[in-house]
Design a protein around this ligand. Structure first.
Ligand code: FAD
Length: 286
């Protein structure tokens, strides 16, 4: 297997390369998906654009409650950074559950998102937290909400001349988030379903802000919009959780595949909705 690799020194050089060779070049970050696809001859780019020298996209910053994550931040960095405590904990947990240590040390946030697997572990926390992706090109930049980024399995709205530069999350420090993943085994497994939820309650315990997203239950990671709409303004108790479990079925469209039957995924979606709401609202079972 032979291929040419271009190594831009900064993002401007990388974007110029993509613009002048439209559709013929493939960016590579950690390479954990790209190299597997090249090896299997699933992709045949004319050349790779190695993004590893773009240090400007490797930082995590928190200012006034706004978290900015450079697109080339690795899962290992996300999982070990204390800035991701509090409201961002769901994303931190998800990053810590991607593959094994080797994959987490190389694999990046943008690589995980642009691969657009319906089961991508960092996608659901970003949907639940209302994250926004910044897409850059030689002509400027545009912002796309995480829940508008995915267009189908392996497809996103990113143009061939664009790159993801960062992900921004604005959330109330009082919010809490969680992430749950079920695989065929406990470690080193692709999600047969995952769920992320973010909840903010007022002083009376009523839900004032909520985001719930599920992975591997539809062609793209999806928000549970019916569940979210139902929970707003409610104090979360056992009866509310039971109704939320019913409603989640309307938010997902799972298929049967090598990892699980559709019916099993529907059952697990209900289990995870209950687990997340019980944890976030501290509801004890009678
Ligand atoms: C053994 C193994 C286990 C895995 N386990 C999991 C798992 O448990 N959960 C999970 O979600 N995934 C898993 N993966 C998939 C993969 O490792 C992750 O999706 C990883 O985050 C990909 O990141 P990367 O930097 O390696 O991407 P790359 O392979 O470098 O790139 C992937 C795609 O993203 C594009 N891209 C990369 N950076 C940018 C950018 N800045 N802007 C625009 N496009 C960009 C590339 O062009 C390519 O299309 C696993 C993979 C392997 C091989």
């Amino acid at each position: 297997m032979r291929f040419k690799t271009l190594t831009p020194r900064n993002s401007s050089e990388a974007l110029e390369m993509l613009k002048t060779n439209q559709g013929e070049l493939l960016p590579v970050a950690g390479g954990t998906n790209v190299l597997v696809d090249l090896h299997r001859a699933k992709i045949r780019p004319k050349a790779l654009v190695d993004l590893s020298r773009l240090d400007e996209w490797k930082e995590i910053k928190l200012n006034n409650g706004v978290l900015e994550i450079g697109s080339l931040v690795t899962h290992a960095q996300l999982a070990s950074n204390s800035l991701l405590d509090g409201p961002f904990a769901g994303l931190r947990t998800a990053a810590g559950m991607v593959g094994g240590p080797q994959i987490r040390n190389r694999g990046t946030l943008a690589g995980n998102l642009q691969s657009a697997s319906p089961a991508a572990d960092t996608a659901t926390p970003l949907l639940a937290l209302g994250a926004v992706l910044t897409l850059v090109s030689v002509s400027g930049h545009r912002e796309v909400a995480a829940d508008k980024f995915f267009a189908g399995p392996g497809k996103t709205v990113l143009e061939p001349f664009e790159l993801v530069s960062k992900v921004t999350i604005k959330t109330n420090p009082a919010a809490k988030s969680v992430f749950y993943k079920i695989g065929k085994r406990n470690a080193m497994a692709i999600s047969l379903i995952n769920l992320a939820a973010c909840l903010e309650s007022d002083s009376e315990g009523k839900c004032v802000n909520v985001g719930i997203a599920l992975g591997a239950v539809a062609p793209t990671p999806v928000r549970a919009k019916q569940v979210e709409a139902f929970l707003l303004g409610k104090k979360i108790d056992e009866a509310v959780i039971l109704k939320a479990q019913e409603l989640v079925e309307g938010d997902i469209s799972p298929i049967s595949d090598i990892r699980a039957e559709a019916g099993h995924r529907r059952h697990l979606a209900k289990v995870l909705v209950k687990r997340a709401l019980q944890t976030l609202a501290r509801v004890e079972e009678e």
